[in-house]
Design a protein around this ligand. Structure first.
Ligand code: HEC
Length: 283
């Protein structure tokens, strides 16, 4: 058997198995991806060279209406799940947090990934990240972007009138692999009231990107979960106004509003945050 032949089959096998990503201790280039989690050998943090990501099974898809650029865009990228599978030790991690330069974190649960199949975009319209367009509001989309071939909100995922959100973080610099079920235990309340349960789901889906508790959530706001909960309880009317349109309350607020949150969504959030504070007080 020729060496060439063996090499050929080895390549096929590695492509099929997805291969393993090497981790570097330092960032070598702006295009590298920071990763953190519980990795084999006890490592918790490292960097994956951008070229390495191209060794995973690469997909090329056309999104006919890119949600940021609002036109048809061809993505070349890798499934978020394949990145997870290529980092030994992350098997018990059930969520991937895509952390952006401004510390916003899109939280991709395994259930959400399984259904929507998010792609870590490496090239757009065949262009490397240095040549990517900016968003219409002038923000950089590089070095990584997460999107889909097509996103369709699932009707059964509508909570208190709020439709399932499409997570499309851009300017992603870091993927965190976390054991979300363990982390979320801290945020869960053992209520059985329908509205409290709805509020919990909404808060975890909509607020965790920018408000955090320990290792879970984004730090864009700098305001932890407990502060949000305290506001919801202390200033119920102001809280409602703030969530719908933060700038009406605080003209310099950097929080985007949730104008489509109806009364049921807001009061569910308040019920949840009240139950959360009560649970904290009992600890
Ligand atoms: C895209 C990021 C983002 C999301 C998502 C987000 N927030 Fe915020 N939030 C912020 C920022 C940033 C601030 C700090 C306001 C400022 O710029 O001064 C803030 C502040 C707040 C405050 C005021 C706290 C204070 O001390 O000023 C409340 C209350 C709040 N958020 C509630 C919520 C709730 C409830 C949700 C989910 C429905 C939510 N936020 C989702 C970014 C976000």
């Amino acid at each position: 058997m020729s060496r060439c032949f063996v090499f050929y089959w080895l390549c096929i096998w590695m492509t099929a198995a997805g291969g393993t990503l090497d981790m570097l201790p330092e960032r070598q280039s702006e295009g590298d991806l920071e990763v953190s989690g519980h990795f084999a050998g006890g490592r918790t943090n490292g960097f994956v060279a951008r070229e390495q990501l191209f060794t995973l099974p690469v997909v090329t898809v056309t999104n006919r209406h890119d949600p940021e650029l609002r036109r048809s865009v061809v993505y070349l990228g890798v499934a978020l799940d394949d990145v997870l599978a290529a980092l030994p030790g992350t098997e018990a991690s059930d969520a991937i947090l895509a952390v952006c330069r401004d510390k916003y974190a899109a939280v991709f649960s395994s259930e959400y990934r399984h259904h929507h199949r998010p792609i870590l975009v490496l090239k757009m319209d065949d262009k490397d990240y240095g040549d990517w367009p900016k968003t219409p509001s002038g923000a950089r989309m590089s070095p990584f972007y997460v999107s889909y071939e097509r996103f369709e909100a699932r009707p059964e995922q509508t909570v208190a009138g709020v439709v399932e959100e499409s997570l499309i973080p851009f300017s992603v610099v870091h993927l965190k692999f976390v054991r979300m079920n363990e982390s979320l235990d801290r945020l869960r309340v053992s209520g059985t009231q329908r509205k409290t349960v709805q509020g919990e789901t909404l808060a975890i889906q909509q607020c965790l990107h920018c408000h955090y508790s320990g290792d879970i959530g984004g730090r864009f706001s700098g305001k932890p979960w407990l502060v949000v909960a305290a506001w919801a309880k202390a200033e119920p009317l102001l809280f409602q106004k703030y969530i719908r349109n933060p700038r009406q309350v605080e003209p310099t607020s950097r929080m985007p509003g949730f104008p489509d949150f109806g009364d049921e969504a807001l009061s569910s959030l308040q019920d949840y945050f009240a139950a959360y504070l009560q649970a904290q007080a009992g600890k």
